[in-house]
Design a binder for this molecule. Structure first.
Ligand code: NAD
Length: 328
């Protein structure tokens, strides 16, 4: 069994690789070529935590996987990861676990790449301004994915926590300097989004984190947070203004995300307003952006198949390049 740490993964796998892998995964998902049961959730109310178990299987590729990811938001106060995780990669011919990967990093990569794939498909071609709301554990991969998908002049970053957004921006200026994009901290979400072509929200908020009336025409908004019924970071106004509403998996979003469930229950939108899954756009089954003034919403909650396919792609490259630690 091959153990792959974050450092190992970084040696063999880039955000660009992750975006391409996610596109393949979305296609497989929409073709019905994967078995992805809805994730099992167990609440840990004493610690404001939740355990998530995400299995998946692709018969044609003889590979299965399980991600265990536990969301413990209080960890941020202790400087511990808020979503500690491991991914088990399983050989579909023998059932033997072939690799254990740093699931926190795999999650960051594939979640960033989910927005990245959507931005690649749906953002206007000459997008120049990005906005990132949320500067927590997932934020760095979201930021990099934006920069891989489009050649941006500037990304404005807002987080409720002033110190966190400033520390984050300073760290990102160093880590992502190769992209030559200006990264600045701003003091309100209005300031972040007002002229943005690309908006990514990645917070653990229970109330909308931006004003949907201030989003400019032609923008794409990727909402990554809100994975439980009571959680909401998307202003429902944006759903009324959007010409297209896409999902990573409509079924998964409708099983858990307040971003969509709350506006549905309040009658602000109906299921008729939904365009469909991103995989169906990639397969040419449904329309993509049709003009530069459309506002496009992409709501994603993450599907286990992304972890499986990302882990598989990383494992394949690590084996080729002799990276990682064998454990018997
Ligand atoms: N869609 C997916 O595939 C996927 C994958 C992993 C995590 N997530 C979810 O994404 C969210 C963010 O994850 P994380 O690991 O970065 O969380 P985190 O707890 O590390 O950071 C969240 C950040 O959001 C900020 N925030 C909260 N409310 C805000 C507001 N109103 N305005 C601005 N900033 C605000 C906090 O200050 C914090 O810095 C979580 O809900 C997580 O469960 C989604």
């Amino acid at each position: 069994m091959l153990l792959l740490s974050k450092d190992d993964i970084k040696k063999v796998f880039t955000m660009k690789d992750a975006i391409e892998t996610n596109k393949l995964s979305f296609e497989l998902f929409s073709k019905g070529k994967s078995e992805v049961p809805l994730r099992t959730t167990i609440q840990a109310p004493n610690h404001n935590g939740v355990f998530l178990f995400m299995p998946s299987y692709v018969e044609d590729l003889d590979v299965a996987g399980l991600k265990v990811v536990n969301i413990f938001p209080e960890n941020i106060k202790e400087n511990l990861p808020t979503a500690p995780a491991q991914v088990l990669l399983i050989d579909g011919k023998t059932g033997i676990v072939s690799s254990i990967l740093d699931g926190t990093y795999v999650t960051q990569l594939r979640t960033g790449a989910s927005s990245g794939a959507a931005i690649d498909l749906f953002a206007i071609k000459d997008s120049k301004i990005g906005a990132l709301i949320g500067a927590g554990g997932q934020a760095s991969a979201q930021l990099e994915a934006m920069m891989v998908a489009r050649d941006l002049d500037i990304v404005k970053v807002y987080d409720l926590d002033k110190e966190r957004r400033e520390v984050f921006v300073n760290r990102m200026k160093e880590e992502l300097k190769e992209y030559k994009t200006e990264i600045v901290a701003v003091s309100s979400s209005d300031e972040a989004i007002c002229d943005a072509d690309i908006i990514v929200t990645v917070t653990a908020a229970n109330k909308p984190v931006f004003d949907g009336t201030k989003v400019k025409e032609g923008a794409i908004v990727s909402c990554v947070g809100s994975y439980q019924h009571h959680m909401q970071e998307m202003d429902p106004v944006i759903l009324k203004r959007a010409s297209k509403i896409y999902f990573d998996s409509e079924e998964a979003v409708l099983s858990e995300s307040g971003d969509i469930l709350i506006p549905l229950e309040e009658g602000i939108i109906t299921k008729e307003d939904f365009t469909g899954d991103i995989g169906d756009v990639l397969l040419g089954n449904i329309a993509s952006r049709e003009n530069d003034s459309e506002i496009i919403v992409y709501k994603n909650v993450g599907i286990g198949l992304l972890d499986l396919m990302t882990a598989r792609a990383i494992y394949t490259k690590a084996k080729e390049e002799g990276i990682g630690t064998e454990w018997n």
